[in-house]
Design a protein around this ligand. Sequence first.
Ligand code: ADP
Length: 377
Amino acid sequence: MLTSFRDLKADPQIRRSEHITHWEKTRKAAASIAAGLSLSGVNKRFDNRHAVNDFSFDIKPGEIISLLGPSGCGKSTLLRMIAGIERPDSGRIVIGDIEVSSTGRFLPPEQRGVGLMFQDFALFPHMNVIDNVAFGLKRLGRAVARREATAVLTRMGLADYARAYPHLLSGGQQQRVALARAIAPRPGVLLMDEPFSGLDARLRHEIRNETLAILNEVGATAIFVTHDPEEAMRLSDRIAVMSRGSLVQAGTVDELYHKPHNIYVAETFSELNIIPCRIISGWAVGPMGRFRAQEGLEGEVMLCLRPHQITIKDEADGVAARVLQNFTVGHETLMELGVSGLEKPLIIRTDAAHARPGGSEVNLSVNTENALFFPRP
Ligand code: ADP
């Protein structure tokens, strides 16, 4: 059975009929040979400022990775360097077993075996849907390219739109066409830059799930750029958290949530109450009381508590607080509380039944089982 588009290119006469049969039989997106990816010490400056700074990261074949961070932290620049649209100042990029970028070497995008998908879809407006999808398959010859494109469109529920022009399609349909065009050549790596951010919330959810299903079918390695932590958590096997051009921490959602290396990573994945404490004889002492601290901590530290780790007690002991404001957030109530010695309000989340009105005096209990401590900056 044909396993890769590269095989097809290598031996078109032998493979074509088998290839088409496979597509038509399965009506599934045919598999790519997923490529691994290695970035070592990649740098890029604009106007003498680092957009990407000494970035090193290895991705396994078939992994789905998100590059996550706020706007301007270098995610797109990194993706563009992997794609071959941007030239690094230094560093090395290897895709599969091909060195695509290093000192004195720079392969263009079409020689990297990557598929690209951008936020604005970037469909060719003067081409109909099938020609858009067949565009990257030109080398197969027109007839095979069109059959291949038809098979992908059928898999994605777009066969009826094959002759439509992009401007006649909804945002969701354009997005599907863009994905079809990206996967049709069976790239070893799919690169996607904020692919869902142009869609409204409901459609985004649907298309994201659909994309994930297709990626699983295709088996290609995929790298998403996103500034949305929830999206990264839903999509990825691993997330690379970036700040100011640098990789801060990479890991699974579980690792990043439970073992963040610093407050920046911890805050990326949840609201955080940051409470200054001082370590005295192995205890962290501060406005929220006195807690056993991990071994090895000394001096001034930050105790980080997630909203669910703080609850309102019925008993009169515990940490005294005053309710400042309440907000209903779906089935939960988000409460802001004032605590003596804390500059910022404490945030907790509770069900509506346990919420107290503004101005109430309450007592708090703190669950420090998974509390995070970091040195004070
Ligand atoms: P992100 O994708 O995380 O929003 P970018 O990679 O687009 O971030 O940008 C990183 C930094 O590089 C930003 O400060 C941005 O202004 C700058 N930058 C990106 N592309 C260019 C360019 N072509 N010319 C000059 N500066 C650029």
